[in-house]
Design a binder for this molecule. Structure first.
Ligand SMILES: [Zn+2]
Length: 179
């Protein structure tokens, strides 16, 4: 069973990435979820590098790797607490999600995530869609039907655009964080 090494002793006996690679449950799961598996391996790699930096007294580097871990998890976690998101925060987020200035401004003011309880992640569906695209090269139309969360039974062109844009952001993350 995979366990993240917490103490220096544990860590010296086996780094997090190696432990995950040696875990038979993970290896079996990886066949079906190759991209998610790469994210978890990258997570462990950043954990190891951050752990090493911390123990060498390099707090700045440790922070860099901690931030990378947080970013990686944000793609894997469906729970995005945005209930207190201000219009300014919504605007910034929408820009990051690939919307134009004008569109982001309009959406931020009428953001459906405001005051409506738990908002849904746009990252998690994008990760799953991209994974399926890599495995089976399914069409964007199919992927949108499966992963768009607009709540409509028939998806607009905008839905497909939104998903594709999010996958572009995902690909950048994959490059930047060495997934
Ligand atoms: Zn939709």
């Amino acid at each position: 069973m995979f366990i993240i090494p917490r103490t220096l002793d544990e860590w010296n006996q086996g780094k997090a990435e190696q432990r995950l690679q040696d875990d038979p449950t993970f290896l079996a799961w990886r066949d079906r979820h190759p991209l998610q598996a790469r994210f978890w391996l990258a997570f462990c790699r950043h954990y190891d590098l951050g752990f090493e930096a911390f123990h060498q007294g390099d707090a700045e580097q440790a922070r860099v790797h901690k931030a990378a871990m947080k970013e990686l998890v944000s793609w894997l976690d469906d729970e995005v607490p945005r209930a207190t998101e201000t219009p300014e925060e919504a605007f910034t987020r929408l820009l990051e999600e690939g919307f134009s200035n004008k569109r982001a401004f309009k959406l931020a003011k009428t953001s459906p995530t405001r005051g409506k309880g738990r908002p849904v992640s746009v990252r998690w569906p994008a990760l799953q869609a991209h994974e399926q695209k890599l495995q089976d090269d399914r069409s964007w139309r199919e992927l949108t039907a499966e992963f768009c969360r607009c709540g409509q039974t028939k998806h607009a062109r905008e839905c497909q655009e939104k998903l594709r844009l999010q996958v572009v952001v995902l690909k950048k993350t994959i490059q930047q964080l060495g997934v």
